[in-house]
Structure formats: C-alpha cells, structure tokens
Write a protein that binds this ligand. Structure first.
Ligand code: SF4
Ligand code: SF4
Length: 167
C-alpha cells in the first residue's frame, strides 16, 4: 500500500501545500495561553512572550481570539490576521522550534514527536472535520471571545481540555 506523505517525509521536507493540509483546523492555537511565572509583576503579567522557562508552566484558557468563527473554528480574517492580531502565532517550517507552544494534539507537534496522525484527523476523513468535533478535539462549543470578557480575570477561564489528546 502506498504510504501518505506525512508517513514518508519530515515536516521540513514537505511542500507548502502538504504542510498546509496537515492543519486539522481545531483552532486550539487561537486560544489565549498564560505562563505561570513566579517572577511576574502586575505590569508584566499580561505581556506577550515568545519563550517559556524550564520551571514555568503553560496554562490554556477557553478565551479565543475575537476573529475566530466559533462554529467552523476558522479564522474570519485569515489573509489579514497578522496585521489585525499581532500576537497571532503562525507556525511555519521556519519556526518549527516553536511547535512545542502548540497543544499536544496539534498535528505538527504530533508529527514532530513521531506520534503520527490521530484517528480523527480530517485528512483521514475525506477532509471533513466532523470526526474531530465529535471526538471533542476542537474548540467548538467551548469558548468565549476575547472581546467579550475582561482579560484581567483570565484565571477564571483557565481550562485543561485543550491539553487532551487521544490515540
Ligand atoms: S493547533 Fe495545530 S493543527 Fe490545530 S489548528 Fe492550530 S496549527 Fe492547526
Ligand atoms: S487572527 Fe485568526 S488565526 Fe490568528 S488567533 Fe485570531 S482567529 Fe486565530
């Protein structure tokens, strides 16, 4: 049986379209994350960061970017996203080291860690996302938007479900 490209190529070797097709569309990467840092002050508490220390822990919230469509789990302004949301993280083949900021179920992270595609991945279901939603692996039905809540109270929105992964 012919093997699929994700079984024969490394992430670095993939073409642009192969790379793009791997994204499961779960939208967990559109959730706000907070790093538990003992040394933080009131001023630095909500500042963006691009690194995490060994003794720090990443917490996910159920607060999603205001540009996310909460039914389709797609960005409503994909082409303009980095302009409209400067903190929008775009994982590419050039910043693969940042893959560990992604949730454990993220396809890129799974492949980087040698765990393959999960059974619910849209690529294994003719491109359909229904198996992913049914397995509870997307953000659908679980989020609030960052323009609807007071981000200062982020601790009230910390959740663990984005860390779930199955098979
Ligand atoms: S977490 Fe990974 S697989 Fe899921 S939408 Fe984001 S980039 Fe795509
Ligand atoms: S701009 Fe779009 S892709 Fe970026 S975090 Fe917001 S909804 Fe997600």
């Amino acid at each position: 049986m012919t093997q699929a490209f994700w079984q024969t190529k490394t992430l670095e070797q993939m073409t642009r379209s192969e790379w793009e097709s791997l994204c499961d569309g779960c939208a967990k990467c559109c959730l706000h994350k907070f790093i538990d840092d003992e040394n933080t002050t009131d001023e630095t508490e909500l500042m963006p960061t691009d690194h995490i220390g060994e003794d720090e822990q990443m917490n996910y919230s159920n607060i999603a970017c205001y540009l996310l469509n909460d039914k389709t789990c797609q960005c409503t302004q994909y082409a303009k996203r980095t302009k409209l949301v400067p903190d929008c993280v775009q994982l590419t083949q050039d910043n693969l080291d940042d893959v560990f900021f992604m949730p454990p179920s993220c396809t890129y992270r799974r492949l980087k860690e040698g765990r393959g595609l999960p059974s619910w991945h849209p690529l294994l279901h003719k491109g359909k996302k229904s198996a992913m939603h049914k397995a509870g692996m997307s953000v659908r039905g679980k989020i609030v938007k960052d323009n609807e809540v007071d981000i200062d109270f982020f601790e009230d929105y910390i959740v663990t479900w984005p860390l779930n992964d199955i098979d």
